[in-house]
Design a protein around this ligand. Structure first.
Ligand SMILES: C[S@@+](CC[C@H](N)C(=O)[O-])C[C@H]1O[C@@H](n2cnc3c(N)ncnc32)[C@H](O)[C@@H]1O
Length: 347
């Protein structure tokens, strides 16, 4: 399992506390209810929400909670695929709200220039007031996606915003980004780890299957997502984490209970190398007596790996999200209905 570099996490925490000095003491009493209202709203969102949900009262608790989780997700992805982030100079953070991913990426990429867009001007104003004094080279634009800023970015960050666009705008945004990313450029999409939003991302990833694009993570499978054939399954990263104490106390006060870092993501690159032929554990089938099973995504598609419990714990019996070399000892794929063949492991 890959862990975000602890030095990077330490620098992120220092930066968060500099942007939000209130984190150094007990959090303001109004933060937890404001965060709870915001979270309830996000869990209800379908289609394009109109009206302002970032206002003076909730930008800061958002940054302290959802924002910190986004920062840790970015750090984890950068640790998993560092080459996708190296040397990026011009970064767009689209639908970036108060600049959560801008702030996190500015720690990862000191010296980069950031363009932050959002349709909500108060969120952009907050970013200007708080991020620029920290040395972030920031330009903001009040824009409605799929409209884009000018220029040709090296890295585009789209965090928890795709699900707020109607489907036709999601598609036109991705097409427009494909036309605009610089050679070697990287696109990172983060979405909430919820079923409808994640399955939509699993569909939209098909936009990046043809050259010059490659999907760098999370998918080992170069074809359409095999998990779409499994009803009610969705492909998310689940990572153990140790967020700062101020996150934990705000999380508990808002009744949110975020024990694990969970996120849906797609990391695509223009002109990037094809990703290595590895496998990823993407789920645990319902338990079966006497058997150990995992759903694995592989370069050949989805597979069910199975071992008999009497043979002991197989080395691939890892948690969801673990990535690995294809393990030796798996038998030939046996069709079993659907498109996920079964492979029996013999030690
Ligand atoms: C849940 S917030 C995510 C903020 C930030 N990207 C993050 O990762 O935390 C979604 C943001 O998308 C913005 N948004 C929604 N629809 C948009 C559109 N059509 N054009 C631009 N921004 C949009 C909202 O105003 C909001 O700031």
């Amino acid at each position: 399992m890959i862990h975000a570099d602890s030095g990077l996490l330490g620098r992120l925490r220092t930066t968060w506390e500099a942007a939000l000095p209130a984190l150094k003491g007990p959090h303001p009493a109004a933060w937890a209810p404001a965060l709870r209202r915001l979270s309830d709203r996000f869990n209800r969102i379908e289609g394009a929400p109109e009206g302002d949900y970032f206002d003076e009262g909730n930008v800061e608790p958002y940054l302290a909670h959802h924002g910190w989780a986004q920062a840790e997700a970015l750090a984890w992805i950068a640790a998993e695929r560092p080459a996708c982030f190296e040397g990026k100079r011009l970064v767009w953070d689209l639908g970036g709200g108060p600049g959560v991913l801008t702030l996190a990426a500015s720690v990862l990429l000191p010296g980069a220039r950031f363009v932050l867009t959002d349709l909500r001007a108060p969120a952009l104003q907050w970013a200007e007031a708080r991020l620029r004094p920290l040395g972030v080279d920031l330009t903001t634009h009040a824009q409605r996606l799929p409209e884009l800023p000018s220029g040709s970015p090296d890295l585009v960050l789209v965090g928890h915003v795709l699900n707020e666009l109607p489907p036709r705008n999601q598609e036109s945004l991705l097409d427009a980004l494909k036309a605009r990313l610089a050679p070697g450029g990287t696109l990172l999409i983060l979405e909430p780890a919820l079923l409808p939003q994640t399955r939509r991302l699993m569909e939209l990833r098909e936009t990046f299957l043809a050259e010059p694009w490659s999907i760098q993570a999370p998918c080992p499978c170069p074809g359409p997502c095999p998990m779409l054939a499994l009803a009610k399954q969705w492909c998310v990263a689940e990572v153990p984490w140790e967020p700062p104490p101020w996150f934990r106390s705000l999380d508990a006060a808002a009744g949110l209970d975020r024990r694990q870092l969970r996120f849906a993501y797609l990391l695509a690159q223009r002109d990037g190398p094809a990703s290595a032929p590895r496998a990823r554990i993407v789920g645990l089938p319902p338990p079966q007596k006497g058997k150990v099973q995992r759903w694995a995504c592989t370069p050949a598609g989805g597979e069910v790996w199975e071992a008999l419990s009497r043979h002991g714990e197989p080395p691939w019996a890892l948690p969801r999200t673990a990535e690995m070399e294809l393990p030796p000892g798996l038998g030939a794929p046996r069709p079993q209905g659907g498109n996920w063949p079964l492979r029996r492991w013999e030690p």
